[in-house]
Write a protein that binds this ligand. Structure first.
Ligand code: ATP
Ligand code: MG
Length: 1013
């Protein structure tokens, strides 16, 4: 059966814009679609508004109908010239029919496919493609658009676009979860999302209607997390700052809630500042939805975080899932019911299929038994199972998993026995959690003894695991490592373990309710089971970290960084276990040393230093002198990024210990750290001496990685001209070793040196050269775009410079990095002045002064020069009085308001008094937001002229269908830079997504450029 779904893109907006005209459009559209469906032998089975659903028996007829609809819609003179664009999607598969309507996962997928299309487009799934590929009518083609994640978060779907005469082209990126314009970290799910239309509508209304804190509460396995993820996925529309999931199930300590949330939002911790403060500062007034999933074991800490976010971050909505509410004021509690179950006595298969619980059971059943459908023979049993299990999704999944070996009737009969034992015949007395517990008990009892043992052991993992980890951790006793694969597969088959097949190695995980259960079972296992398993877990991740060390300085460091990223929660747990172990000092030191490079490349220095210091301060820390020396060196290096006094102290100790040890390699590294620490502690000459010795020793060792590292430290302490002369040697070392990270650091640091001495071409060359290695390892630094901006400014490309400074400020703001924000605002103030908006520049300089005073951040010489030059020019242009007024005004602004002012694209603030009267420039932001909301056709002519040359270049490539990554490659910049340009283009044009940007480019006369392959 082939489904054809059609609708009008942005229909709701068109109705809001012109209801009368849309009434005429709607009638005409209905006639047009019905005519083309019926003319090709199809049948319309449902119409809601402009969403039209039809069914065909013949795939080619459905395709011809879709093409005919698009051609007719393209030729139609729609009323009042409304931009009516029709979308069509084709999908196929078995669907259940109920009262003339069709329901089930296939129908849901077709609807989700339609959602990601653009007006004028016809999309086809792989299933429909298989039926069409070798029967295509003449002139019609199917273009592969690749795998796309639909909004149900289910498995990615391969999508094709119908091409041919009379069909539009050049749509740009689909609106799927892979659209880079959508900012999120939502994970894929193994199955599609079932039902919950009413719950989704209510939650969506709550979240968008201004309820700042919504807690989705309910018993284990009822579907809280899945519902929250779906609300989040549906909320993604390309505006604002996206939706972010912080998974709290693996967080053991209340004190780590803020840290886990910061990590989810990619906020780096600021040295010496409570993480919660950094997080709140970083969120500021970003507009985002934050999902805190599985909060039940951390209610107090989550309540504290939620309270702080609500007080200080006015544009954040929080969606929490928890078995219990947080119990704080302002919390809106939404209790999740079970999935809808059929009424007693209903056994007609087609009618049953309308119930959510039956749909979920049927989808899982089909996974276990190919071709399973609910028919006359199984209907009564399936209905009884769904009712008996109260529509609890997890219970339904576990029951359906038994279909591998039992029929539905047999499952039902066994449930009967179990439940009558539990309730002594009174079914009503069984609360939901007991129902689920009974189901899990049942699944557990049916496991073989080896499966039971492995199942319990898997509960020690945090945030998922890979097969090799399971083999290392879950074997032992009667279970050999080679058996683990089969045992794990058996547990996946019984729905006790989830398997997530993504691009890389398969990851496994336990749903939270099941993990608790497994942990209870592990605790009950006889003998040293639990202790040994935790030790095996710790040792495995320690070994992983130690194996990674050699790779983290070589050409495959990008994939190893990713690999460690994926196991963050396990590495954290391994650290906690090592700290708690009675004889764990050496283990902590080893882990800290092994993770040193990783923590710096991923800006996790604070955490890394804390871990190392817990052990370095212990009396037995120096039991193994070589290990102690290595730990001191790692701690000293890490502290250079966190706290210079600590770094100075640790590096001094490290030099002393490594000298005694006679280990040249470690000594060279210790001297390098001491060089940097002395330099920043105000002893530059001493620093340079240590740096020189570090380099000499590194040369003697003859290791490229070591030499590049020590040269990088040395350059900090010597004059810029010399560092520029010597840098090619260091860069050559990193190129030979494949050390992308140090390659980036070197290019960046020497780029700064070149800027300082005014060698702009060299600065630019170095700063641009790091784009590629940075991309390889996913390294993002606010410094790089800031420095590049300085180079562009010096070359006179003021728009380009402004884009770069904004990019830098965005990163610092997101990371809560005060120092970065300070220089970001400074440079923006300078370039805004250069662009002639002296009032705004003056206000920004004033705001910066106040921010600096509050944060106590001293200016260095280089920045002082920029600041004084810019202020002198402002004074010359504005006169003393006007500058003083603007400056004073800026001093009174909050940081957030100053940031808004820096980012605002509003035309110059001719009269700062006027701006002040409007509420300290706050309205500059709402004005900018209005621009974004305006229709494209209004915004296009005005904004076209304000696009910089670079922005026009990017628009042309985007209109030519290039992805962000492709644009980055063509322009030799990082994808982050492209994203930043796109943010700015969006701000200027009001276009929200790629399709709108492409359309905008066409309206603005920007010729599409298709990059050569
Ligand atoms: N509407 C749905 N459609 C498809 N699958 C669902 C749906 N709701 C829940 N599930 C599945 O049921 C299982 C349990 O759901 P989930 O983990 O969301 O429950 P929970 O209430 O968050 O449980 P816990 O309290 O243990 O965290 C998961 O495998 C989930 O994917
Ligand atoms: Mg959950």
């Amino acid at each position: 059966m082939i489904l054809l779904f059609a609708d009008i893109e942005d229909g709701v907006r068109l109705w809001e814009a012109d209801g009368d005209a849309m009434a005429a459009v709607s009638a005409r559209y209905d006639h047009l679609v019905r005519g083309r469906v019926e003319g090709c032998g199809g049948r319309v089975f449902k119409v809601v508004g402009e969403a039209c659903r039809a069914v065909f028996a013949d795939p080619v007829a459905a395709l011809l109908s879709a093409v005919a609809i698009q051609r007719a819609a393209g030729a139609e003179p729609w009323a009042s010239g409304l931009p009516v664009r029709v979308r069509v999607a084709l999908h196929c598969g078995a669907c259940a029919e109920c009262d003339g309507d069709y329901v089930g996962p296939v129908v849901n997928r077709a609807a989700r496919l339609l959602d990601i299309g653009h007006g004028g487009q016809v999309l086809v799934t792989a299933a429909a493609y298989a039926l069409l590929a070798d029967r295509l009518p003449a002139g019609i083609g199917l273009r592969d658009l690749g795998e796309q994640r639909l909004r149900d978060l289910g498995r990615a779907e391969r999508v094709f676009q119908v091409t041919g005469p009379g069909l539009a082209e050049g749509f740009g990126v689909l609106r799927s979860l892979d659209d880079p314009a959508l900012r999120h970290n939502l994970p894929s799910q193994a199955t599609s999302f079932v039902g919950r239309a009413a719950e989704l509508a209510e939650l969506r209304a709550l979240v968008s209607g201004g309820s700042r804190l919504v807690t989705i509460a309910g018993p284990g396995g009822i579907g809280k997390s899945r519902l929250a993820l779906q609300v989040a996925a549906d909320a993604l529309d390309g505006t604002g700052d996206g939706v972010w999931l912080a998974e709290l199930a693996s967080v053991a300590e209340p004190g780590l809630v803020a840290r886990a949330t910061a990590a989810a939002l990619k906020v780096s911790e600021a040295p010496g500042r409570p993480v919660l403060d950094t997080l709140i500062g970083a969120i500021g007034d970003r507009d985002l939805l934050l999902v805190l999933d599985n909060a039940e074991h951390l209610l107090g800490a989550v309540a504290e975080l939620a309270g702080a976010v609500i007080r200080s971050c006015p544009r954040v909505s929080l969606l929490v899932t928890s078995r219990e509410p947080l119990g704080i004021s302002g919390e809106h509690v939404f209790r999740v019911p079970g999935l809808a179950v059929p009424p007693a006595g209903l056994t007609a298969p087609d009618r049953l299929a309308a119930f959510e619980s039956v749909q979920l059971f049927a989808e899982h059943a089909a996974l276990r038994r190919r071709g399973f459908v609910i028919d006359e023979a199984s209907a009564a049993a399936v209905a009884a199972i769904c009712v008996r299990l109260d529509g609890i999704p997890l219970a339904l999944e576990l029951a359906a998993a038994r279909l591998g070996s039992l029929s539905a009737a047999e499952i039902n009969a066994r449930l009967d026995q179990r439940f009558s034992l539990l309730t002594t015949g009174n079914r009503a007395a069984l609360p939901r959690h007991k129902t689920l517990r009974a189901l899990i008990d049942w699944s557990y009892d049916l496991l073989s003894p080896a499966e039971q043992v492995v199942f319990g052991r898997l509960s020690v993992f945090a945030g998922g695991w890979t097969l090799d980890a399971a083999e290392a951790v879950a074997c032992g006793g009667d279970v050999a490592d080679w058996q683990v694969l089969d045992l794990l597969a058996a547990l996946v088959g019984k729905s006790l373990v989830q398997a997530e097949v993504t691009g890389g190695p398969t990851r496994y995980r336990l749903l939270e309710t099941i993990r608790h259960y497994a942990a209870e079972r592990l605790a009950l296992q006889a003998g040293p089971g639990q202790h040994d398993t935790y030790a095996a877990h710790r040792d495995h991740y320690l070994a992983l970290a130690e194996t990674a060390v050699a790779h983290l300085t070589g050409p495959d460091q990008g994939s190893w960084l990713d690999r460690l990223d994926a196991d963050q929660a396990n590495l954290r747990r391994a650290g906690e276990q090592a700290v708690a172990a009675p004889d764990g000092t050496a283990l902590v030191l080893r882990l800290g040393v092994a993770l040193h490079r990783y923590s710096i490349a991923r800006s996790r220095q604070q955490q890394a230093l804390e871990l190392l210091m817990t052990a370095i301060r212990r009396p037995d820390a120096d039991a193994d002198p070589a290990l102690f020396a290595a730990a001191l060196v790692s701690a000293a290096h890490t502290a250079c990024w966190v706290d210079i006094n600590t770094a100075r102290h640790l590096a001094g100790q490290a030099v002393q210990v490594t000298r005694q040890l006679g280990d040249d390699r470690l000594l060279s590294r210790a001297l390098g750290a001491l060089c940097t620490a002395c330099h920043f502690a105000g002893e530059p000459e001493t620093g340079a001496t240590f740096g020189q010795e570090s380099v000499e020793r590194a040369r003697r060792v003859g290791d490229d990685v070591l030499l590049a590292e020590s040269l990088a430290h040395y350059f900090v302490a010597i004059d810029p001209v010399r560092s520029l002369e010597m840098v090619s040697e260091a860069i050559a070392c990193t190129e030979r070793s494949g050390d992308h990270f140090y390659n980036c650091l070197l290019h960046n640091n020497v780029g700064i040196a070149a800027l300082i001495i005014g060698n702009i071409p060299a600065a630019r060359a170095h700063l641009e050269a790091l784009a590629h290695p940075a991309q390889q390892i996913g390294w993002e630094s606010a410094e790089v775009p800031a420095n590049l901006g300085l180079a562009l400014r010096a070359e006179g490309d003021l728009d380009g410079a402004r884009s770069m400074f904004e990019a830098s400020l965005r990163i610092s703001r997101r990371n809560g990095d005060s120092r970065g924000m300070a220089y970001g605002i400074l440079y923006l103030a300078c370039v805004i002045g250069d662009l002639g908006d002296w009032d705004r520049a003056g206000v920004l300089h004033g705001s910066l002064q106040a921010f600096q005073d509050r944060a106590g951040i001293p200016w260095d010489e280089f920045d002082t020069r920029h600041r004084e030059d810019s202020l002198a020019q402002a004074r010359a242009r504005m006169g003393d009085e006007q500058l003083e007024r603007a400056y004073a005004q800026g001093m009174a602004l909050s940081l957030e308001k100053a940031l808004d002012l820096a980012f605002s694209t509003e035309a110059g603030l001719r009269n700062p008094d006027h701006a002040a009267a409007r509420g300290a420039l706050g309205e500059a932001v709402s004005d900018a937001t209005c621009t974004r909301g305006r229709t494209l056709s209004q915004a296009a002519p005005a904004a076209a002229g304000s696009l910089s040359a670079r922005e026009r270049e990017i628009m042309a490539l985007l209109a030519g269908g290039a992805s962000n990554a492709r644009i980055a490659a063509v322009l030799y910049v990082t994808p982050n830079t492209v994203r930043t340009h796109l943010d700015r283009i969006r701000d200027k044009t009001g276009a929200r997504n790629r399709a709108e940007l492409t359309r905008y480019a066409m309206q603005a006369g920007i010729e599409p450029v298709v990059p050569s392959p």
